[in-house]
Design a protein around this ligand. Structure first.
Ligand code: PGA
Length: 268
């Protein structure tokens, strides 16, 4: 049953709730999403890396939104491989990562700037001045959120946003909540997210409790979105996100309203 929704110039009305996200991202017609169901993780990564490569080849000065977590690791591996073996050139692109833990510096092995260095930036010819990750150690986090949002706007927005999905339906660190947060903001992480991400830390108590994340509006304004997910444990939440009611309790469900969404789903 498709969600009952109505769109006007002030926002989206879904099942009688009015989400004021601004209307910029609502330009253009709603299109149906494209779902690629593939059989394994390697195939998912290959397809996603091909789409990102195509984006860079078609527009060498494009702006990419990047994700962290375990899902994109193989995608970055293939992009680095394509850089070495073909003429894929990262020097003109600009990137914005979705999120960063509060309190972790660029040099912290658990932080997302470090992750990006390890997984991609150190392996390709990206211009570091144009590779952005929120600063989790900023003295004034609210100011950092505004700075980050303004930087994305100044870059002309995101051409292609890569997204994973959390077990609880989060995108970036937009956790289930009573409202969709529009812009880059600071969040208290869900207990479920803290538990899920504890695997990356020596001690689960070290998982930061707060993070900076792009907002739902920031993500939805990307011209294209590429959502990747793999494994049985993501199946149910992906189904809810793509076919269930659009609700801030399943933040990824808002993606149903994006005009250009591609999903690559792999069973394993
Ligand atoms: P994962 O995380 O890739 O480590 O499963 C995805 C996410 O939380 O967005």
């Amino acid at each position: 049953m498709p969600p009952r929704l109505r769109i006007d110039r002030h926002g989206i009305i879904v099942e009688n709730t009015h989400y004021k996200l601004g209307y910029q991202f609502l330009r253009g017609d709603l299109k149906s999403m494209t779902i690629h169901h593939v059989s394994n993780y390697a195939e998912m990564c290959r397809k996603a890396a091909n789409m990102i490569s195509a984006q860079i080849l078609l527009n060498p000065t494009c702006t990419l939104g990047l994700a962290t977590g375990s899902t994109p690791i193989g995608i970055y591996e293939r992009l680095a491989d394509a850089y070495n073996k073909s003429d894929l050139d990262f020097s003109g692109i600009t990137t914005f990562n979705l999120d960063e833990y509060c309190g972790l510096s660029e040099n912290d092995p658990q932080g997302y700037y470090y992750y990006m260095n390890e997984q991609l930036f150190n392996k390709v010819n990206i211009d570091r001045a144009k590779a952005h990750v929120p600063n989790g150690t900023a003295g004034d986090i609210a100011l950092e959120c505004r700075r980050y949002e303004a930087l994305i706007t100044a870059a002309g927005g995101i051409d292609l946003q890569l997204l994973g999905i959390g077990n609880n339906g989060h995108i970036g660190f937009n956790e289930p909540s009573s409202a969709f947060e529009k812009d880059t903001h600071c969040v208290e992480l869900d207990e479920e997210t803290i538990i899920a991400n504890a695997r990356f830390f020596d001690n689960p108590d070290d998982v930061p409790r707060r993070a900076i994340t792009m907002g739902i509006g920031t993500i939805m304004q990307a011209k294209k979105i590429l959502l990747v997910a793999n494994g049985e444990k993501k199946k149910e939440i992906l189904q809810k996100a793509l076919y269930g009611p659009i609700t801030p309790m399943v933040p990824a469900s808002i993606l149903q309203l994006h005009p250009d969404l591609t999903v690559i789903w792999s069973d394993t």
